[in-house]
Design a protein around this ligand. Sequence first.
Ligand code: CP
Ligand code: NVA
Length: 323
Amino acid sequence: MDVQEMQMAVSPKLMIKKDFLHIADSSSEELQDLLDLAMALKKEYFNGGNAPVLKGKALAMVFQKPSLRTRVSFEMAMQHLGGHALYLSPAEIGLGERESIADVARVLSGYVQGIMARVFSHEHLIELAEWASVPVINGLSDYNHPCQALADALTIQERFGTAKGLNVAYVGDGNNVAVSLMHICAKLGWNFAIANPIGYELASDAIEAAKQITCETGAEISFYNNPHEAVRGADVIYTDTWTSMGQEEETIQREEIFSSYQVNRQLVNEAKRDAIVMHCLPAHRNHELTDDVADGLQSVIFSQAHNRLHAQKAILARIFGVA
Ligand code: CP
Ligand code: NVA
C-alpha cells in the first residue's frame, strides 16, 4: 500500500491535518504568526519573487458561488509558490447534488494535496473537511469568510502596526464577513463595534465565541443599531454588501432596511481623522459605500483585495507544512 492509498483507507476523522475554516480555531499567536509570514512573503514577492516551496502540490478550488478575488488570488498564490491550482466551477462538481460531499472529498483527496471551497452552507464545508484527508480552506460560506479577515488584518497592521486597542467599526449586515472580522479583531486585541438594523444581527454563536476570546485578549465588543454611534472614535470603518450571495430574492427589501447604513462622507467624518475605510468587495457602489468614499484618500479597498494574495500564501504555506 502506498502513502496515498494509506491516507484514503484511514478514517479522515482519525487523521491530524490542518484545515483553515474559522478564525476562532486559531490562537492569537498563530494568527499573528500567519500575518508575519504573509508580510514576509509579500516582501519576498516584490523583491524578485517567491521561492517555489509548493512545487509538486496541487490545490482543488471548489466553487458553489461566483468569485473574482478568491479565485484569482488563490490561483496566483499557488503559481507564485511553484504549485498548481485547479478551478472547479459551480456547474462542474455539483457538490452534494451530482455527488455526495463525502464522496467528492474522498475522490479529490486522492488527486490533490489541498482543497479550497466556497460553499452556500457552512455545514457542507464542515462535512467536506471531515471527509477529506487533505487540508481544507474556507473560501467563504454563509457563516464566515476567514481568508478575507486575515487579509483585512494584514491591511490594518500595514497601516497601524500590531498595537492592540484599535477601534474597528462595522456598519451593515451581520453577515459572513462581519463574523470573521469580529473574531480576528477579538483575537488581535482590537475593539469591535457593529451597527446593524434589528433582525440583521450577527449569529449568536459567533457572538458567544467572540466574547470568550475577549476574556483572554481584553478586546471589547459592542453592538449598536445606530451607525453614528458605532463609528465614533473608529480607526477603521468597514462595510459589506447588504445582500450576500444567495439572498438575491431579498434585495429590494434589504435596500430599504439598510438605506440609513450607507458609509458616506458624512459618516466617515464622524470617525477619527485618519480612519481607514474598508470593504471586502464586490461593492455595490452608492448603496452601502459611496463612490467618493470608495475612491477617496481614506479608502484601502484595493489594498485589501491585493492582500488576499499574500495572506493566502501564508495559509497555504502553513497547511502544506512548508513554512
Ligand atoms: N471578497 C471576496 O471574497 O471577493 P470574491 O467574491 O470576488 O472572491
Ligand atoms: N457577504 C458577501 C461577501 C462577498 C465576498 C457575500 O457573501 O456575498
